[in-house]
Design a protein around this ligand. Structure first.
Ligand SMILES: Nc1ncnc2c1ncn2[C@@H]1O[C@H](COP(=O)(O)OP(=O)(O)O)[C@@H](O)[C@H]1O
Ligand SMILES: [Mg+2]
Length: 311
């Protein structure tokens, strides 16, 4: 017995659909108990397929998944009882009230009625005041909250949110983020998928990047930013350049913006980032510099680079 088993453990999972299309190459992944894990990838990357397999809705072609230590195939009911799933598509019973649908959902998992727990969930999601409203009368944002309340109705340990903020407005996205953090604070492990880099950057403790069915990397967010992050110095010159001036040849520079920008990329954490030498050389080069600016590499660039390089 280990004291801190992974909340979810995925081993050698692949998926080839009946059409013959392979949506997942062998995936190995552990989700740590209590973390917010963001699976980041463009549309069609395989995110929903992986969530479906973990939640026991899609059959893996190969591999094993344990949720809270239970095999999601051979021990489906136990595994499923530990999992809450908020699917990508909103599916709710339009004519039911909020309270009824969440209470019913809990019953589906064979949990005894617990009005106090259901009330807490609805209050936490700011749904309590609307508990007697029919779902069809609610706004899209409120409907999403109802989906989350349903997913939490049976007190799962791990909550899956499949693209929770796709197509929602900025305000609702911020609310959603706050809500997710609150859930994590209450001890729920969170696995979310997103194609918004900003969302992964904002929310995640760890980030997995998936593209074309391949899990390209899984990394601590902070480490990812440090390891792959680079900074850039952009030098704007008054006259467009056809090539890098000889005086600057020893620096690793690139021309951009039709020759009006020289871009120097450097490791912001290096002891000697070469900036001092470059500025000195620039000064002696006779170039008419119009502007200097720096910017840090973002997760966006890291992501674009990765996805670009993968087949
Ligand atoms: N039932 C299916 N049959 C065949 N191909 C599918 C099926 N479901 C999904 N796919 C394909 O698998 C790939 C991954 O889909 P999906 O997991 O939904 O990606 P994501 O959620 O990252 O957008 C896509 O190319 C999609 O068209
Ligand atoms: Mg999807």
């Amino acid at each position: 017995m280990t004291t801190h088993p992974a909340a979810v453990s995925v081993r050698n999972v692949t998926k080839t659909y009946a059409s013959g299309f392979t949506a997942l190459q062998p995936v190995d992944l552990d989700i740590r108990s209590g973390e917010i894990f963001a699976l980041l990838g463009p549309n069609g990357a395989g995110k929903t397929t992986l969530i479906g397999i973990i939640c026991g809705i899609v059959n893996a072609t190969t591999g094993v998944v344990l949720a809270d230590g239970h095999d999601v195939v051979t021990d489906f009911r136990k595994a499923r009882s530990k999992i809450g799933l908020v699917p990508q598509e909103l599916t709710t019973d339009a004519f039911e009230t909020v309270l009824a649908t969440v209470t019913f959902s809990r019953g589906l998992f064979g949990k005894r009625a617990d009005p106090a727990y259901v009330e807490k969930v609805l209050r936490d999601l700011s749904l309590w005041d609307r508990r007697n409203s029919r779902i069809m009368t609610l706004s899209g944002g409120m409907k999403r909250r109802v989906m989350i309340a349903k997913a939490l109705s049976h007190e799962p340990r791990i909550l899956f949110l499949d693209e929770p903020t796709a197509g929602v407005d900025v305000e609702l996205r911020r609310d959603m983020w706050q809500m997710v953090r609150g859930l994590r604070a209450s001890g729920v492990t969170i696995f979310l998928t997103t194609h918004y880099i900003e969302e992964a950057e904002e929310m995640a403790d760890r980030i997995g990047v998936i593209n074309g069915g391949r899990l390209l990397l899984v990394e601590d967010k902070a480490a990812l930013m440090r390891k792959l992050g680079t900074s850039h110095l952009v030098v704007t010159v008054r006259q467009p350049l056809a090539e890098i001036p000889a005086a600057l040849a020893k620096f690793d520079l690139a021309l951009a913006a039709g020759g009006t920008e020289l871009v120097y990329s450097y490791d912001a954490h290096a002891d000697d980032n070469g900036l001092a030498a470059l500025l000195h050389a620039l000064n002696g080069s006779g170039l008419a510099v119009a502007n200097l600016r720096t910017h840090d590499s973002s997760l966006e660039e890291i992501f674009v680079n990765l996805v670009h390089k993968s087949p």
